[in-house]
Design a protein around this ligand. Structure first.
Ligand code: 13P
Length: 253
C-alpha cells in the first residue's frame, strides 16, 4: 500500500519562537492519534529547521524538512544552502520545484533536474512539486504541461531512485486562492500522472509513488479530496500554519 502523507509548507512565515510553538501545538494535537504508516511533515524556513527539529515537545512523528536547496555541492553562491548542509541539520526530505520557486526565482525544468539529482545523490528524499497555471488549464494544455514537468526533471531517474520521490501536484491557480481543484479534477490529474509514470517505467513503480494534492486544502475539503483513489494526501500552505486546522487535515488522511 502507498504511504499517505500530509505535509505543511510554511513558506516564508513564522519566526523562531512561532516555529517552535507551532510544531509543539501540532504534536499536542496528534498525541492520541494512531498514524500507522501515514506520515506528517512540516517544512519551516531553513533558518528555523533546527529549532523546530530540536523542540523537546515535538512528536517524533512530525518530520521536519526543508523548502529548497541549491544544486551545487558548495561554493560561491551567496545566500544559498547545499544538500549536505541539510543532511547536517538532520533533514531527510526537501521540497523542490514549488511553483513559487519556478515563478519568482526562475527555476526551470532543467535546473530542477539538477536539484533532484543533487538531492538524491545526498540521500535526501524529494517532494517534487509541479502543476499547470490557469491559462494552461483554460487552453486545455494542463496534461501536456504536467507531463513535460515530470519528464524533464524525473524521467531519467532509475527505479531505485524513485523510492525517494514523493510527487505533489499543485495547480498554480489553486494555490493560496481558496479556489481548490474539485476532487474529480484532482483525481483525473493524479490518475493521468500515475498512468504517465506507468508507461514510462512500469505499473509497480507507478503504483508505489505517493502523489499529494496541494492548493487550498482546508479542514472542510480535505476528506473529500483525500478520499479519491489516486490522491495520497496533501501539501498544505495556509492551513498548515494553524495547529488545529492542520491536525484536522491530518485526521482526514
Ligand atoms: P495553500 O494551501 O495556501 O493554497 O498553498 C498550497 C501550497 O503552495 C503548498 O505548497
Amino acid at each position: 500500500m502507498r504511504t499517505k502523507i500530509v505535509a505543511g509548507n510554511w513558506k516564508m512565515n513564522l519566526n523562531r519562537e512561532e516555529s517552535i510553538e507551532l510544531v509543539n501545538a501540532i504534536s499536542a494535537e496528534l498525541k492520541h492519534l494512531e498514524l500507522g504508516n501515514n506520515r506528517v511533515m512540516v517544512f519551516p524556513p531553513s533558518i528555523n529547521i533546527e529549532a523546530a527539529q530540536n523542540s523537546k515537545s515535538r512528536d517524533a512523528r512530525v518530520e521536519v524538512g526543508a523548502q529548497n536547496m541549491h544544486q551545487a555541492n558548495g561554493g560561491a553562491f551567496t545566500g544559498e544552502i547545499s544538500a549536505s548542509m541539510l543532511i547536517g541539520a538532520n533533514v531527510k526530505t526537501v521540497i523542490l520545484g514549488h511553483s513559487e520557486r519556478r515563478e519568482y526565482f526562475n527555476e526551470t525544468d532543467s535546473l530542477l533536474k539538477e536539484k533532484v539529482d543533487q538531492a538524491l545523490e545526498n540521500n535526501l528524499e524529494v517532494v517534487f512539486c509541479f502543476g499547470e497555471k490557469l491559462e494552461e488549464r483554460n487552453a486545455k494544455s494542463h496534461f501536456d504541461v504536467v507531463e513535460r514537468q515530470l519528464k524533464k526533471a524525473l524521467f531519467h531517474l532509475t527505479e531505485a531512485q524513485w523510492a525517494n520521490i514523493i510527487l505533489a501536484y499543485e495547480p498554480v491557480w489553486a494555490i493560496g486562492t481558496g479556489m481548490t481543484a474539485t476532487p474529480e479534477q484532482a483525481q483525473e490529474m493524479h490518475a493521468f500522472i500515475r498512468n504517465t509514470i506507468g508507461s514510462a517505467f512500469n505499473d509497480k513503480l507507478a503504483g508505489a509513488v505517493s502523489i499529494l494534492y496541494g492548493g487550498s486544502v482546508k479542514p472542510n475539503n480535505a476528506e473529500e479530496i483525500f478520499g479519491k483513489p489516486d490522491v495520497d494526501g496533501g501539501l498544505i500552505g495556509g492551513a498548515s500554519l494553524n495547529a488545529s486546522d492542520f491536525s484536522a487535515i491530518i485526521k482526514a488522511m
